[in-house]
Ligand binder design. Sequence first.
Ligand code: UTP
Length: 277
Amino acid sequence: MIKKCIFPAAGYGTRFLPATKSIPKEMLPVVNKPLIHYGIEEANKAGIKEFGFVTGRSKRAIEDYLDYAPEVEQSIKGSKSKEKLLEDTTKMIEECTFTYVRQKEMKGLGHAILTAEPLVGNNPFAVVLADDLCEGNVLSQMVKLYNKFKCSIVAIEEVPKEETSKYGVIAGKEIENGVFMINNMVEKPEPKNAPSNLAIIGRYILTPDIFNILRDTKAGKGGEIQITDALLEQAKNGMVIGYKFKGKRFDCGSVDGFIEATNHFYNKIKKNNNSEK
Ligand code: UTP
């Protein structure tokens, strides 16, 4: 049973400067909801109500967003259309719990996940990188798979070979349609060194033995502690699955992906509104 979801959100978001100078990348809105909101909704659909955030300096906007805003609520009282805009968010805040830990030094995604250990304890957990905005309930698909295999799972998708240097890339044996038993993983390989074109995207389910492995994982690519290196170790000791999810991912950590997502979700909302009329 996966009860908790961790959002590593301590990175600097340098591809989005200057916007990310004072607000976290996870708070950038796609249409009218910040990225973090989409991630929480996806996890909610997978039955998860407990959330842990790895934050850093200048990330307090996340905590404020996931709390009541009495002054705002008061000021829109009586305006049905405006109350409706806040309705789902208030319900989400009521139903979920949010805890926070600070990563004091940005030593990489693996290190951020290790920093979340006190929030997770000895339980399997999900990890969402909110800048990968997914459509198609990807976490729900992964939770289902976890209930069958009871091992760590990474979401993967095919990317053009020339883009492998942006991702962790896996190789493995396809044991079911779209389900790969991983036997190799490389962080951001140059295309000529990539073991395949199956790239890891920002959705993980991890078993808690990953923490001990992370404690022993040395800095890798870019001088950072990489979750990819720890997962390869876990795969060698047991089993890690790469899952080719059904759905669509938008890379909202890049300006192009962010604009694509904005257009996509805007058109979707407009279509829904028109069909409701
Ligand atoms: P990214 O590689 O996207 O880095 O991190 P970034 O800093 O967010 O963005 P750019 O590349 O500078 O534009 C992947 C995820 O890991 C988190 C980030 O917040 C993001 O969700 N992360 C990364 C941490 O929490 N801590 C770290 O030390 C590094």
